[in-house]
Design a protein around this ligand. Structure first.
Ligand code: HEM
Ligand code: HEM
Length: 465
């Protein structure tokens, strides 16, 4: 042994005690020191070791990581866009035009911001589905599920407020239609709408309000909840895994070190997506129409695509029911999910069981058929208003159809119980898949199958007047 490096066994207790209290002994070369700093950052986010089974792509599909990457890209591009943006009606539009001509890579930054924002909604919803399908919201993870729901609402809010900022026709009318839904909320709807818009309609005050929300309150809230989300994942003992794959139950399951196994995957995933997004933003321009004109409304005037499911419901149910009560019921259903679906036996198993897989497929199929039939029937045959002319429309066009829909769902539940011998968690799975598939049908119809005056059309007939 070298004389100058005494063996640790030879150093006295006091020497070791002082060493432990003092600063850590750093590696002497720069590369070693850099590596230690990076490792330390990584290990603040991740534990040192994770079960090998959670590394599988097909478990998380990298969706939480991708959502994180998108939020970071949005923060960064948003900060640059803000340097060339004035939240005043005409100027805002001119600033967006100037991104094309006067700002280096300005157009590219806007495209990247626009497409990342839209992709974020899709990715966060898919992430919610993966968490639902692996039952990763039970026991202590209920906290993170609830935090997640608020993050989803904030992401929608951030997208909605951003939508107005280019101040073109698309932005002006989509926000007019989108905020119009609020006016159906009794008593508090009007004051909320008035506060949000800064007046009775979308105006300069609205642009300023939305801008302030967009660049301060909402992103700060998203970042705060994201930190809480990540902290909770660690506090809950990492990702959910099935008992079969949990090293605590199965001694054959290996743990691997986070560095390099997990970090390498995260980096590759982030690089692939950054590549895709950079290409996409370079090739596909974000839409921009003529400057906002409050006098000329496009026909059809549609809300942003992620609210078109709700706008479609408004065509079939009384606005208070379709625009307010049903969305609130859906959010409450999601928030309470961990409390009535709490059996922790099948956590970490996709679709709970083999029967769960079949039921999910059947739920998608029945939902596609039933929702489409209901939409077409309501459009052409069901005419509650004429059948019950003396009844208030809230009852004839709202409460009665809603009651019939709920009755239909109850009958479906009985059938699922009787025919498939489904237990509680499988029945909840069935309804979750059924309702989400309905929302997808409503949204797709709203985007592609609604033409002038919101009449049903084929997508290839679509033109905006
Ligand atoms: C901006 C939005 C969000 C971000 C950035 C985010 C990020 C993440 C990340 C990185 C993970 C680690 C594992 C994985 O990738 O699946 C995770 C897990 C989790 N997320 Fe999210 N998430 C978001 C929204 C949501 C939403 C909307 C929900 C549900 C309503 C949710 C519920 C959960 C739960 C319960 C876990 C733990 C999963 C487990 O134990 O397996 N998150 N999230
Ligand atoms: C989750 C985070 C975010 C989302 C989902 C989001 C979403 C959006 C959307 C959809 C637009 C309209 C884009 C267009 O068609 O032109 C927009 C515009 C804008 N955003 Fe964001 N944004 C986010 C974060 C930020 C942040 C953090 C800032 C600034 C600090 C910011 C600043 C801006 C500005 C200045 C515009 C107007 C310029 C433009 O329209 O391109 N955004 N945002």
């Amino acid at each position: 042994m070298d004389k100058e490096t005494p063996s640790p066994t030879k150093s006295s207790f006091i020497t070791r005690f002082w060493k432990a209290l003092g600063p850590p002994t750093l590696p002497t070369d720069d590369r070693g020191r850099m590596r230690m700093v990076v490792d330390n950052i990584v290990l603040h986010l991740h534990p040192t070791k994770i079960p090998e089974s959670t590394l599988r792509w097909s478990y998380t599909w990298g969706l939480g990581g991708l959502a994180t990457l998108l939020v970071l890209i949005l923060g960064l591009t948003g900060t640059f866009l803000e340097l060339n943006y004035t939240p005043r009606p005409e100027q805002a539009y001119l600033d967006i035009l100037a991104l094309k001509t006067n700002v280096w890579f300005g157009d590219f930054l806007r495209n990247l911001h626009h497409w990342s924002a839209n992709l974020l909604i899709v990715v966060v919803v898919l992430h919610l589905w993966r968490v639902f399908f692996t039952a990763a919201y039970r026991d202590q993870r209920a906290n993170n599920w609830i935090i997640g729901i608020f993050m989803l609402l904030l992401v929608l809010g951030e997208n909605f407020t951003g939508y107005l900022l280019p101040w073109d026709q698309l932005a002006y009318w989509a926000i007019t239609v989108g905020t119009g839904i609020l006016s159906y909320l009794p008593i508090i709807g009007a004051p909320i709408s008035q506060t949000l818009l800064g007046g009775p309609e979308v105006s300069a005050a609205t642009l300023l309000n939305f801008y302030s929300l967009h660049i301060s309150f909402i992103p700060i809230a998203i970042l705060a909840l994201m930190s809480l989300h990540f902290w909770r994942i660690r506090k809950d003992g990492g990702l959910t895994i099935s008992k079969r794959e949990d090293p605590a139950y199965n001694t054959n399951i290996k743990r691997v070190t986070t560095i390099p196994y997990l970090v390498r995957r995260e980096l590759i995933w982030a690089l692939i997506w950054m590549g895709i997004l950079l290409f996409w933003a370079a090739l596909v321009p974000a839409p921009l129409e003529g400057i906002a004109n409050p006098e000329i409304s496009p026909n059809p005037a549609k809300a942003p695509w992620y609210f078109l499911g709700i706008q479609e419901l408004l065509l079939h149910l009384h606005p208070l029911i379709g625009g307010i009560i049903v969305p609130i019921l859906v959010v409450v259903f999601l928030l309470l999910l961990p409390f009535y679906d709490a059996d922790s036996d099948n956590v970490g198993i996709y679709f709970r069981s083999l029967r769960g897989r079949y039921l999910s497929l059947i739920a998608v199929g029945t939902s596609l058929i039933i929702t489409t039939i209901w939409l077409v029937a309501d459009e052409f045959f069901l005419n509650w208003n004429t059948w019950l002319p003396t009844w208030p429309s809230l009852v004839s066009e709202g409460i009665i159809p809603l009651a019939l829909i709920l009755l239909g769902l109850l009958i479906l539940d009985e059938l699922v119980k009787k025919w498939f011998k489904a237990n509680l968690e499988e029945r909840i799975l069935f309804f979750f898949v059924f309702l989400f598939s309905s929302l997808v049908v409503l949204t797709v119809v709203g985007i592609f199958f609604r033409g002038p005056s919101m009449s049903l059309i084929w997508p290839w007939q679509a033109t905006i007047h």
